[in-house]
Ligand binder design. Structure first.
Ligand code: G16
Length: 545
Protein backbone atom coordinates (compact mmCIF):
# COMPACT_ATOMS: atom_id res chain seq x y z
CA UNK A 1 0.00 0.00 0.00
CA UNK A 2 1.03 3.60 -0.57
CA UNK A 3 2.26 5.47 2.55
CA UNK A 4 -0.87 7.66 2.65
CA UNK A 5 -0.11 9.29 6.02
CA UNK A 6 3.31 10.51 4.95
CA UNK A 7 2.04 11.51 1.51
CA UNK A 8 -0.74 13.50 3.11
CA UNK A 9 1.57 15.37 5.47
CA UNK A 10 3.92 16.34 2.66
CA UNK A 11 1.14 17.14 0.21
CA UNK A 12 -0.49 19.53 2.67
CA UNK A 13 2.72 21.56 2.58
CA UNK A 14 2.44 21.90 -1.22
CA UNK A 15 -1.14 23.01 -1.95
CA UNK A 16 -2.26 23.45 -5.56
CA UNK A 17 -3.07 27.06 -6.49
CA UNK A 18 -6.83 27.08 -7.05
CA UNK A 19 -6.86 29.26 -10.14
CA UNK A 20 -4.41 27.24 -12.23
CA UNK A 21 -4.74 24.40 -14.71
CA UNK A 22 -1.52 22.56 -15.48
CA UNK A 23 -0.80 20.49 -18.56
CA UNK A 24 2.05 18.07 -19.28
CA UNK A 25 2.80 19.22 -22.82
CA UNK A 26 5.52 18.90 -25.46
CA UNK A 27 8.23 19.62 -22.93
CA UNK A 28 6.60 18.56 -19.64
CA UNK A 29 4.99 21.13 -17.34
CA UNK A 30 6.13 24.63 -18.20
CA UNK A 31 4.82 27.96 -16.91
CA UNK A 32 5.65 30.75 -14.44
CA UNK A 33 8.14 29.30 -11.96
CA UNK A 34 6.30 30.88 -9.00
CA UNK A 35 3.20 28.72 -9.63
CA UNK A 36 4.92 25.34 -9.84
CA UNK A 37 5.50 24.27 -6.22
CA UNK A 38 2.65 21.74 -6.04
CA UNK A 39 3.43 20.44 -9.53
CA UNK A 40 7.04 19.74 -8.53
CA UNK A 41 6.02 17.84 -5.41
CA UNK A 42 3.54 15.73 -7.34
CA UNK A 43 5.96 15.06 -10.19
CA UNK A 44 8.42 13.83 -7.56
CA UNK A 45 5.87 11.27 -6.39
CA UNK A 46 4.93 10.36 -9.96
CA UNK A 47 8.59 9.76 -10.92
CA UNK A 48 8.77 7.26 -8.07
CA UNK A 49 5.65 5.45 -9.25
CA UNK A 50 6.99 5.31 -12.80
CA UNK A 51 10.21 3.77 -11.46
CA UNK A 52 8.27 1.20 -9.38
CA UNK A 53 6.19 0.35 -12.46
CA UNK A 54 9.44 -0.31 -14.35
CA UNK A 55 10.94 -2.57 -11.69
CA UNK A 56 13.03 0.09 -9.99
CA UNK A 57 14.75 1.37 -13.12
CA UNK A 58 16.03 4.92 -12.69
CA UNK A 59 13.79 7.72 -13.96
CA UNK A 60 15.15 11.19 -14.74
CA UNK A 61 13.60 14.47 -13.62
CA UNK A 62 14.76 17.73 -15.21
CA UNK A 63 13.77 21.11 -13.81
CA UNK A 64 14.07 23.65 -16.63
CA UNK A 65 12.13 25.97 -18.91
CA UNK A 66 14.77 25.75 -21.60
CA UNK A 67 14.59 28.69 -24.04
CA UNK A 68 11.56 30.28 -22.32
CA UNK A 69 11.85 33.50 -20.27
CA UNK A 70 13.83 33.48 -17.04
CA UNK A 71 10.77 33.76 -14.78
CA UNK A 72 9.35 30.56 -16.28
CA UNK A 73 10.32 27.13 -15.11
CA UNK A 74 9.21 23.60 -15.75
CA UNK A 75 9.75 19.92 -15.18
CA UNK A 76 9.94 16.90 -17.43
CA UNK A 77 10.43 13.20 -16.83
CA UNK A 78 12.94 11.01 -18.60
CA UNK A 79 12.31 7.29 -19.17
CA UNK A 80 14.95 4.64 -18.41
CA UNK A 81 16.53 4.55 -21.87
CA UNK A 82 17.09 8.30 -21.67
CA UNK A 83 14.03 9.10 -23.75
CA UNK A 84 11.07 11.36 -23.10
CA UNK A 85 8.33 10.02 -20.81
CA UNK A 86 5.99 7.50 -22.49
CA UNK A 87 3.00 9.38 -23.92
CA UNK A 88 0.30 7.57 -21.89
CA UNK A 89 1.92 8.79 -18.65
CA UNK A 90 1.69 12.42 -19.74
CA UNK A 91 -2.04 12.15 -19.08
CA UNK A 92 -1.43 10.66 -15.61
CA UNK A 93 0.92 13.56 -14.86
CA UNK A 94 -1.74 16.09 -15.89
CA UNK A 95 -4.40 14.40 -13.73
CA UNK A 96 -2.18 14.36 -10.63
CA UNK A 97 -1.08 17.97 -11.14
CA UNK A 98 -4.67 19.18 -11.27
CA UNK A 99 -6.12 17.39 -8.25
CA UNK A 100 -7.61 20.31 -6.31
CA UNK A 101 -6.87 19.09 -2.77
CA UNK A 102 -4.62 16.65 -0.94
CA UNK A 103 -7.53 14.21 -0.67
CA UNK A 104 -8.17 14.35 -4.39
CA UNK A 105 -4.45 13.92 -5.03
CA UNK A 106 -4.31 10.80 -2.84
CA UNK A 107 -7.41 9.39 -4.53
CA UNK A 108 -5.86 10.03 -7.95
CA UNK A 109 -2.63 8.32 -6.85
CA UNK A 110 -4.55 5.29 -5.63
CA UNK A 111 -6.48 5.14 -8.91
CA UNK A 112 -3.26 5.34 -10.92
CA UNK A 113 -1.62 2.56 -8.92
CA UNK A 114 -4.62 0.32 -9.65
CA UNK A 115 -5.10 1.35 -13.26
CA UNK A 116 -1.54 0.71 -14.39
CA UNK A 117 -0.93 -2.11 -11.89
CA UNK A 118 1.98 -0.68 -9.94
CA UNK A 119 3.54 -2.97 -7.35
CA UNK A 120 4.24 -0.35 -4.68
CA UNK A 121 6.59 -2.68 -2.81
CA UNK A 122 9.11 -2.38 -5.65
CA UNK A 123 12.05 0.00 -5.19
CA UNK A 124 11.95 3.48 -6.74
CA UNK A 125 14.99 5.33 -8.09
CA UNK A 126 15.36 8.74 -9.67
CA UNK A 127 18.15 11.07 -10.79
CA UNK A 128 17.37 14.77 -11.00
CA UNK A 129 18.92 18.05 -12.08
CA UNK A 130 18.03 21.68 -12.72
CA UNK A 131 19.17 24.54 -14.93
CA UNK A 132 20.49 27.87 -13.61
CA UNK A 133 17.13 29.63 -13.06
CA UNK A 134 16.87 31.34 -9.68
CA UNK A 135 13.50 29.65 -9.03
CA UNK A 136 15.28 26.29 -9.33
CA UNK A 137 16.45 25.61 -5.75
CA UNK A 138 13.00 26.11 -4.18
CA UNK A 139 11.32 24.02 -6.86
CA UNK A 140 13.89 21.26 -6.42
CA UNK A 141 13.16 21.32 -2.67
CA UNK A 142 9.47 20.67 -3.46
CA UNK A 143 10.47 17.86 -5.81
CA UNK A 144 12.63 16.33 -3.08
CA UNK A 145 9.64 16.39 -0.73
CA UNK A 146 7.89 14.22 -3.32
CA UNK A 147 10.83 11.80 -3.21
CA UNK A 148 10.79 11.72 0.60
CA UNK A 149 7.04 11.21 0.76
CA UNK A 150 7.31 8.00 -1.26
CA UNK A 151 10.70 6.86 0.09
CA UNK A 152 12.45 7.16 -3.26
CA UNK A 153 16.18 6.57 -3.66
CA UNK A 154 17.15 9.87 -5.27
CA UNK A 155 20.42 11.02 -6.79
CA UNK A 156 21.04 14.75 -7.18
CA UNK A 157 22.89 15.54 -10.42
CA UNK A 158 23.00 19.23 -9.44
CA UNK A 159 22.96 22.05 -11.95
CA UNK A 160 23.45 20.60 -15.40
CA UNK A 161 22.10 20.50 -18.95
CA UNK A 162 19.02 18.56 -20.04
CA UNK A 163 21.03 16.31 -22.40
CA UNK A 164 23.52 15.45 -19.64
CA UNK A 165 20.62 14.39 -17.41
CA UNK A 166 19.30 12.18 -20.25
CA UNK A 167 22.81 10.74 -20.65
CA UNK A 168 23.00 9.97 -16.91
CA UNK A 169 19.64 8.19 -16.92
CA UNK A 170 20.74 5.88 -19.72
CA UNK A 171 24.23 5.39 -18.27
CA UNK A 172 22.80 4.45 -14.86
CA UNK A 173 20.28 2.00 -16.32
CA UNK A 174 22.79 0.28 -18.62
CA UNK A 175 25.67 0.18 -16.14
CA UNK A 176 27.43 -3.19 -16.13
CA UNK A 177 25.43 -4.49 -19.10
CA UNK A 178 26.69 -5.15 -22.66
CA UNK A 179 24.76 -2.00 -23.73
CA UNK A 180 26.65 0.22 -21.23
CA UNK A 181 26.23 3.79 -22.40
CA UNK A 182 29.22 5.19 -20.54
CA UNK A 183 30.38 6.10 -17.04
CA UNK A 184 27.38 7.33 -15.03
CA UNK A 185 28.82 10.71 -14.14
CA UNK A 186 29.10 14.13 -15.73
CA UNK A 187 32.82 13.51 -16.18
CA UNK A 188 31.94 10.26 -17.94
CA UNK A 189 29.88 12.29 -20.42
CA UNK A 190 32.70 14.76 -21.15
CA UNK A 191 35.21 11.93 -21.47
CA UNK A 192 33.01 10.00 -23.87
CA UNK A 193 32.30 12.97 -26.15
CA UNK A 194 35.79 14.45 -26.14
CA UNK A 195 37.44 11.04 -26.60
CA UNK A 196 35.34 10.28 -29.68
CA UNK A 197 35.86 13.80 -31.05
CA UNK A 198 39.64 13.55 -30.77
CA UNK A 199 39.65 10.23 -32.62
CA UNK A 200 37.45 11.64 -35.38
CA UNK A 201 39.65 14.68 -36.04
CA UNK A 202 43.03 12.98 -35.46
CA UNK A 203 45.51 14.00 -38.12
CA UNK A 204 43.30 16.81 -39.44
CA UNK A 205 44.20 20.51 -39.34
CA UNK A 206 43.22 22.20 -36.09
CA UNK A 207 40.09 24.29 -36.72
CA UNK A 208 39.85 28.06 -36.26
CA UNK A 209 38.34 29.08 -32.88
CA UNK A 210 34.60 28.50 -32.55
CA UNK A 211 32.55 31.12 -30.68
CA UNK A 212 29.77 29.71 -28.48
CA UNK A 213 26.91 31.90 -27.25
CA UNK A 214 25.88 30.06 -24.07
CA UNK A 215 22.60 32.02 -23.65
CA UNK A 216 23.78 32.92 -20.10
CA UNK A 217 22.49 29.50 -19.12
CA UNK A 218 23.68 26.15 -17.82
CA UNK A 219 25.34 25.39 -21.16
CA UNK A 220 28.06 27.84 -20.07
CA UNK A 221 29.11 25.51 -17.22
CA UNK A 222 29.01 22.44 -19.43
CA UNK A 223 30.84 24.07 -22.34
CA UNK A 224 33.60 25.26 -20.00
CA UNK A 225 34.09 21.74 -18.61
CA UNK A 226 33.93 20.17 -22.06
CA UNK A 227 36.56 22.66 -23.27
CA UNK A 228 38.97 21.35 -20.62
CA UNK A 229 38.54 17.79 -21.88
CA UNK A 230 38.87 18.85 -25.53
CA UNK A 231 42.17 20.61 -24.86
CA UNK A 232 43.60 22.04 -28.06
CA UNK A 233 41.69 19.66 -30.36
CA UNK A 234 39.29 22.58 -30.90
CA UNK A 235 39.65 26.11 -29.50
CA UNK A 236 36.36 27.34 -28.01
CA UNK A 237 35.54 30.96 -27.14
CA UNK A 238 32.66 31.13 -24.67
CA UNK A 239 30.34 34.14 -24.71
CA UNK A 240 27.17 34.96 -22.71
CA UNK A 241 28.25 33.00 -19.66
CA UNK A 242 26.70 35.24 -16.95
CA UNK A 243 24.74 32.46 -15.27
CA UNK A 244 24.30 34.29 -11.97
CA UNK A 245 23.27 37.71 -13.31
CA UNK A 246 19.50 38.13 -12.95
CA UNK A 247 17.50 38.89 -16.09
CA UNK A 248 19.97 37.86 -18.77
CA UNK A 249 19.10 34.19 -19.41
CA UNK A 250 18.02 33.78 -23.07
CA UNK A 251 17.74 37.58 -23.26
CA UNK A 252 18.76 38.81 -26.72
CA UNK A 253 20.91 35.71 -27.06
CA UNK A 254 20.63 31.94 -27.34
CA UNK A 255 19.43 29.56 -30.04
CA UNK A 256 15.76 30.57 -29.94
CA UNK A 257 16.56 34.29 -30.21
CA UNK A 258 18.76 33.64 -33.23
CA UNK A 259 16.25 31.38 -34.95
CA UNK A 260 13.17 33.50 -34.40
CA UNK A 261 14.74 36.90 -35.10
CA UNK A 262 17.14 35.51 -37.75
CA UNK A 263 19.78 37.79 -36.24
CA UNK A 264 23.09 37.68 -34.45
CA UNK A 265 22.91 38.20 -30.66
CA UNK A 266 23.63 41.97 -30.52
CA UNK A 267 26.55 41.61 -28.10
CA UNK A 268 28.43 39.40 -30.57
CA UNK A 269 28.35 41.96 -33.37
CA UNK A 270 31.82 43.34 -32.64
CA UNK A 271 33.25 40.01 -31.59
CA UNK A 272 32.90 37.94 -34.75
CA UNK A 273 35.46 38.19 -37.52
CA UNK A 274 34.14 37.76 -41.06
CA UNK A 275 33.73 34.07 -41.83
CA UNK A 276 34.29 32.96 -38.22
CA UNK A 277 32.06 30.10 -37.15
CA UNK A 278 29.79 30.77 -34.19
CA UNK A 279 26.89 28.97 -32.57
CA UNK A 280 24.21 29.54 -29.93
CA UNK A 281 22.91 27.11 -27.31
CA UNK A 282 19.55 27.54 -25.59
CA UNK A 283 18.82 27.79 -21.84
CA UNK A 284 19.27 24.07 -21.14
CA UNK A 285 21.69 23.33 -24.01
CA UNK A 286 19.54 20.98 -26.06
CA UNK A 287 19.27 23.25 -29.13
CA UNK A 288 21.99 24.48 -31.45
CA UNK A 289 22.09 27.22 -34.06
CA UNK A 290 25.19 28.00 -36.19
CA UNK A 291 25.95 31.22 -38.09
CA UNK A 292 28.63 33.47 -39.53
CA UNK A 293 29.04 36.97 -40.95
CA UNK A 294 30.44 37.68 -44.40
CA UNK A 295 32.92 40.44 -45.27
CA UNK A 296 30.11 42.99 -45.41
CA UNK A 297 28.77 41.96 -42.03
CA UNK A 298 25.78 40.14 -43.58
CA UNK A 299 24.40 37.42 -41.27
CA UNK A 300 23.99 33.80 -42.42
CA UNK A 301 22.14 31.32 -40.23
CA UNK A 302 22.75 27.57 -40.30
CA UNK A 303 19.76 26.09 -38.48
CA UNK A 304 18.59 22.58 -37.61
CA UNK A 305 17.68 21.89 -41.25
CA UNK A 306 21.16 22.84 -42.42
CA UNK A 307 22.66 20.67 -39.66
CA UNK A 308 20.49 17.73 -40.79
CA UNK A 309 21.59 18.19 -44.41
CA UNK A 310 25.27 18.41 -43.48
CA UNK A 311 25.22 15.45 -41.12
CA UNK A 312 22.97 13.15 -43.18
CA UNK A 313 25.09 13.58 -46.32
CA UNK A 314 28.25 12.87 -44.31
CA UNK A 315 26.83 9.71 -42.77
CA UNK A 316 25.48 8.44 -46.11
CA UNK A 317 28.99 8.88 -47.58
CA UNK A 318 30.64 7.03 -44.70
CA UNK A 319 28.17 4.13 -44.95
CA UNK A 320 28.93 3.84 -48.67
CA UNK A 321 32.70 4.12 -48.14
CA UNK A 322 32.50 1.40 -45.47
CA UNK A 323 30.84 -0.88 -48.05
CA UNK A 324 27.62 -1.08 -46.04
CA UNK A 325 25.21 0.85 -48.25
CA UNK A 326 23.18 -2.21 -49.21
CA UNK A 327 22.69 -3.16 -45.55
CA UNK A 328 22.35 0.15 -43.70
CA UNK A 329 19.73 2.67 -44.80
CA UNK A 330 19.85 6.25 -43.58
CA UNK A 331 16.66 8.30 -43.26
CA UNK A 332 15.75 11.80 -42.07
CA UNK A 333 12.87 13.04 -39.91
CA UNK A 334 11.68 16.66 -39.96
CA UNK A 335 8.65 18.68 -38.93
CA UNK A 336 6.49 21.11 -40.88
CA UNK A 337 8.89 23.90 -39.82
CA UNK A 338 11.64 22.41 -42.01
CA UNK A 339 12.47 24.86 -44.75
CA UNK A 340 10.97 23.67 -48.05
CA UNK A 341 14.40 23.91 -49.68
CA UNK A 342 15.90 21.54 -47.09
CA UNK A 343 13.13 19.00 -47.62
CA UNK A 344 13.74 19.15 -51.36
CA UNK A 345 17.52 18.79 -50.94
CA UNK A 346 17.21 15.86 -48.57
CA UNK A 347 14.41 13.98 -50.33
CA UNK A 348 16.42 13.95 -53.55
CA UNK A 349 19.03 11.95 -51.65
CA UNK A 350 17.32 9.82 -49.01
CA UNK A 351 13.95 9.01 -47.40
CA UNK A 352 12.43 11.92 -45.46
CA UNK A 353 9.47 11.76 -43.09
CA UNK A 354 7.47 14.66 -41.62
CA UNK A 355 6.01 14.34 -38.09
CA UNK A 356 4.35 16.71 -35.57
CA UNK A 357 6.50 19.09 -33.51
CA UNK A 358 8.16 17.71 -30.40
CA UNK A 359 11.32 15.68 -30.05
CA UNK A 360 9.42 12.60 -28.89
CA UNK A 361 7.65 12.36 -32.28
CA UNK A 362 10.87 12.79 -34.24
CA UNK A 363 12.74 10.37 -32.01
CA UNK A 364 10.20 7.58 -32.46
CA UNK A 365 10.04 8.06 -36.22
CA UNK A 366 13.85 8.05 -36.46
CA UNK A 367 13.94 4.69 -34.67
CA UNK A 368 12.39 3.11 -37.76
CA UNK A 369 15.52 3.73 -39.83
CA UNK A 370 18.83 1.85 -39.54
CA UNK A 371 20.37 5.28 -39.00
CA UNK A 372 17.81 8.01 -38.35
CA UNK A 373 18.84 11.66 -38.52
CA UNK A 374 16.28 13.96 -36.92
CA UNK A 375 16.37 17.71 -36.46
CA UNK A 376 13.76 20.34 -35.83
CA UNK A 377 14.46 23.61 -37.67
CA UNK A 378 14.93 25.20 -34.21
CA UNK A 379 18.14 23.20 -33.78
CA UNK A 380 16.82 20.38 -31.60
CA UNK A 381 17.88 16.97 -32.85
CA UNK A 382 20.25 14.03 -32.95
CA UNK A 383 21.14 10.86 -34.86
CA UNK A 384 20.00 7.36 -33.85
CA UNK A 385 21.87 4.19 -34.75
CA UNK A 386 19.55 1.19 -34.31
CA UNK A 387 20.84 -1.66 -32.10
CA UNK A 388 21.20 -3.93 -35.16
CA UNK A 389 23.13 -1.23 -36.99
CA UNK A 390 25.50 -0.83 -34.05
CA UNK A 391 26.00 -4.61 -34.03
CA UNK A 392 26.68 -4.61 -37.78
CA UNK A 393 29.25 -1.87 -37.38
CA UNK A 394 30.97 -3.82 -34.61
CA UNK A 395 31.06 -7.08 -36.56
CA UNK A 396 31.66 -5.87 -40.11
CA UNK A 397 34.99 -6.93 -41.59
CA UNK A 398 36.24 -4.25 -43.96
CA UNK A 399 38.01 -5.44 -47.10
CA UNK A 400 40.13 -2.35 -47.80
CA UNK A 401 41.94 0.24 -45.66
CA UNK A 402 39.48 2.88 -46.93
CA UNK A 403 36.54 0.77 -45.76
CA UNK A 404 38.22 0.29 -42.41
CA UNK A 405 38.71 4.05 -41.93
CA UNK A 406 35.08 4.83 -42.80
CA UNK A 407 33.88 2.07 -40.48
CA UNK A 408 35.94 3.44 -37.59
CA UNK A 409 34.54 6.90 -38.21
CA UNK A 410 31.00 5.53 -38.03
CA UNK A 411 31.76 3.68 -34.79
CA UNK A 412 33.28 6.83 -33.29
CA UNK A 413 30.20 8.79 -34.34
CA UNK A 414 28.02 6.42 -32.31
CA UNK A 415 30.10 7.51 -29.30
CA UNK A 416 30.22 11.22 -30.13
CA UNK A 417 26.48 11.58 -30.65
CA UNK A 418 24.19 11.72 -27.62
CA UNK A 419 21.57 9.34 -28.93
CA UNK A 420 19.17 9.85 -26.03
CA UNK A 421 17.95 13.31 -27.09
CA UNK A 422 18.97 16.51 -28.92
CA UNK A 423 22.20 17.76 -27.34
CA UNK A 424 23.68 21.11 -28.39
CA UNK A 425 27.23 20.32 -27.29
CA UNK A 426 27.32 16.85 -28.83
CA UNK A 427 25.71 18.20 -32.03
CA UNK A 428 28.24 21.03 -32.09
CA UNK A 429 31.13 18.56 -32.02
CA UNK A 430 29.40 16.52 -34.72
CA UNK A 431 29.12 19.59 -36.96
CA UNK A 432 32.78 20.42 -36.29
CA UNK A 433 33.81 16.88 -37.28
CA UNK A 434 31.95 17.12 -40.59
CA UNK A 435 33.29 20.61 -41.37
CA UNK A 436 36.84 19.43 -40.59
CA UNK A 437 36.51 16.28 -42.72
CA UNK A 438 35.02 18.18 -45.64
CA UNK A 439 37.28 21.25 -45.20
CA UNK A 440 34.10 23.33 -45.28
CA UNK A 441 33.73 26.83 -43.91
CA UNK A 442 30.28 28.19 -43.13
CA UNK A 443 30.07 29.39 -46.72
CA UNK A 444 30.37 25.93 -48.33
CA UNK A 445 28.03 24.46 -45.74
CA UNK A 446 25.47 27.18 -46.33
CA UNK A 447 25.59 26.63 -50.09
CA UNK A 448 24.29 23.03 -49.86
CA UNK A 449 20.93 24.66 -50.64
CA UNK A 450 19.44 28.16 -50.39
CA UNK A 451 16.76 28.63 -47.72
CA UNK A 452 13.37 29.87 -48.87
CA UNK A 453 12.56 33.18 -47.11
CA UNK A 454 10.34 32.42 -44.14
CA UNK A 455 8.77 33.92 -41.05
CA UNK A 456 7.49 32.47 -37.81
CA UNK A 457 5.04 34.57 -35.78
CA UNK A 458 3.30 34.00 -32.45
CA UNK A 459 -0.35 34.99 -32.16
CA UNK A 460 -2.12 35.27 -28.81
CA UNK A 461 -5.65 33.88 -29.16
CA UNK A 462 -8.46 33.39 -26.70
CA UNK A 463 -8.27 29.59 -26.89
CA UNK A 464 -5.36 27.87 -28.58
CA UNK A 465 -7.06 24.48 -28.13
CA UNK A 466 -9.63 25.59 -30.71
CA UNK A 467 -6.85 25.10 -33.29
CA UNK A 468 -6.72 21.44 -34.24
CA UNK A 469 -4.43 20.06 -36.91
CA UNK A 470 -3.91 17.00 -39.12
CA UNK A 471 -1.27 15.79 -41.59
CA UNK A 472 1.68 16.31 -39.19
CA UNK A 473 0.35 19.75 -38.23
CA UNK A 474 0.43 20.97 -41.82
CA UNK A 475 -3.33 21.51 -42.07
CA UNK A 476 -6.00 22.88 -39.74
CA UNK A 477 -9.15 20.90 -39.08
CA UNK A 478 -10.61 23.67 -36.92
CA UNK A 479 -11.55 26.53 -36.59
CA UNK A 480 -13.88 25.77 -39.46
CA UNK A 481 -13.00 27.50 -42.73
CA UNK A 482 -9.61 28.87 -41.69
CA UNK A 483 -7.60 26.31 -43.66
CA UNK A 484 -9.46 27.22 -46.87
CA UNK A 485 -8.56 30.84 -46.36
CA UNK A 486 -4.92 29.95 -45.73
CA UNK A 487 -4.92 27.84 -48.92
CA UNK A 488 -6.25 30.79 -50.89
CA UNK A 489 -3.51 33.05 -49.55
CA UNK A 490 -0.76 30.53 -50.17
CA UNK A 491 -1.78 30.21 -53.83
CA UNK A 492 -1.00 33.89 -54.39
CA UNK A 493 2.69 33.45 -53.58
CA UNK A 494 5.22 31.59 -55.71
CA UNK A 495 6.47 28.56 -53.75
CA UNK A 496 4.13 29.60 -50.94
CA UNK A 497 3.60 27.34 -47.94
CA UNK A 498 2.01 28.20 -44.63
CA UNK A 499 0.56 26.48 -41.61
CA UNK A 500 -0.93 27.37 -38.25
CA UNK A 501 -0.60 25.22 -35.13
CA UNK A 502 -1.10 25.64 -31.38
CA UNK A 503 2.14 25.73 -29.38
CA UNK A 504 2.71 22.90 -26.93
CA UNK A 505 4.86 25.03 -24.64
CA UNK A 506 3.32 28.51 -24.63
CA UNK A 507 -0.21 29.85 -24.63
CA UNK A 508 -0.04 30.99 -28.26
CA UNK A 509 -0.71 29.86 -31.81
CA UNK A 510 2.28 29.79 -34.18
CA UNK A 511 2.00 30.89 -37.79
CA UNK A 512 4.68 29.80 -40.25
CA UNK A 513 4.95 31.04 -43.83
CA UNK A 514 7.51 30.70 -46.56
CA UNK A 515 7.66 31.77 -50.23
CA UNK A 516 10.26 31.85 -53.02
CA UNK A 517 10.77 35.60 -52.83
CA UNK A 518 10.64 37.81 -49.78
CA UNK A 519 7.63 40.06 -50.28
CA UNK A 520 8.05 43.79 -50.62
CA UNK A 521 4.78 44.21 -48.79
CA UNK A 522 6.07 43.48 -45.28
CA UNK A 523 3.33 44.41 -42.84
CA UNK A 524 3.89 47.44 -40.62
CA UNK A 525 2.79 45.73 -37.43
CA UNK A 526 4.98 42.76 -38.18
CA UNK A 527 8.05 44.36 -39.72
CA UNK A 528 9.81 41.02 -40.12
CA UNK A 529 6.92 39.15 -41.62
CA UNK A 530 6.70 38.25 -45.29
CA UNK A 531 3.40 38.92 -47.00
CA UNK A 532 1.92 35.47 -46.68
CA UNK A 533 2.51 35.37 -42.97
CA UNK A 534 1.06 38.80 -42.40
CA UNK A 535 -2.13 37.73 -44.07
CA UNK A 536 -2.33 34.45 -42.23
CA UNK A 537 -1.91 36.27 -38.94
CA UNK A 538 -4.59 38.67 -40.04
CA UNK A 539 -6.92 35.82 -40.95
CA UNK A 540 -6.17 34.04 -37.71
CA UNK A 541 -6.98 37.12 -35.71
CA UNK A 542 -10.18 37.69 -37.65
CA UNK A 543 -11.31 34.18 -36.88
CA UNK A 544 -11.22 35.05 -33.21
CA UNK A 545 -12.78 38.45 -33.13
C1 G16 B 1 10.35 22.15 -26.84
C2 G16 B 1 10.32 20.80 -27.50
C3 G16 B 1 10.67 20.94 -28.97
C4 G16 B 1 9.71 21.93 -29.63
C5 G16 B 1 9.69 23.24 -28.85
C6 G16 B 1 8.63 24.23 -29.34
O1 G16 B 1 11.65 22.67 -26.94
O2 G16 B 1 11.25 19.96 -26.84
O3 G16 B 1 10.59 19.69 -29.57
O4 G16 B 1 10.11 22.19 -30.93
O5 G16 B 1 9.44 23.00 -27.48
O6 G16 B 1 7.36 23.68 -29.22
P1 G16 B 1 6.02 24.48 -29.46
O7 G16 B 1 6.14 25.13 -30.81
O8 G16 B 1 4.96 23.45 -29.41
O9 G16 B 1 5.91 25.54 -28.39
P2 G16 B 1 12.48 23.16 -25.68
O10 G16 B 1 13.86 23.46 -26.22
O11 G16 B 1 11.76 24.38 -25.19
O12 G16 B 1 12.45 22.03 -24.70
Amino acid sequence: KLPFQTLKAFSDAHPKPSNRHFQYGTAGFRTLGSTLDSVMFRVGVLAGLRSKRLDGKTIGVMVTASHNPEQDNGVKLVDPRGEMLEASWEGHATVLANAATTDEFLTALDALVKAVKIDVSKPARVVYARDTRSSGPALVAALEDGFKALGIEARDAGVTTTPILHYLVKAINTKGTPESYGEDSEDGYYKKLSGAFKKLVAGKTEPEPLVIDCANGVGAHAAAKLAEYLGNSIPLVLENIATSTPGVLNESCGADYVKTTQRLPPNLVDKLKPGQRACSLDGDADRLMYYYLDERGHFYMLDGDKIAALVAAFIVDLVRLAGLDSEIKVGVVQTAYANGASTKYLSERLPVKCVPTGVKHLHHAAEHYNIGVYFEANGHGTVLFSPTTQEKLAKHEPSTPAQSTALNHLINLTQLINQTVGDALSDMLLVEVVLTHKSYSGVEWNSLYADLPNRLVKVVVSDRNAFRTEDAERRLVSPHGLQTRIDELVRRYGGGRSFVRPSGTEDVVRVYAEASVRSQADGKDYPHVIGTSTYVVFVTELAFR
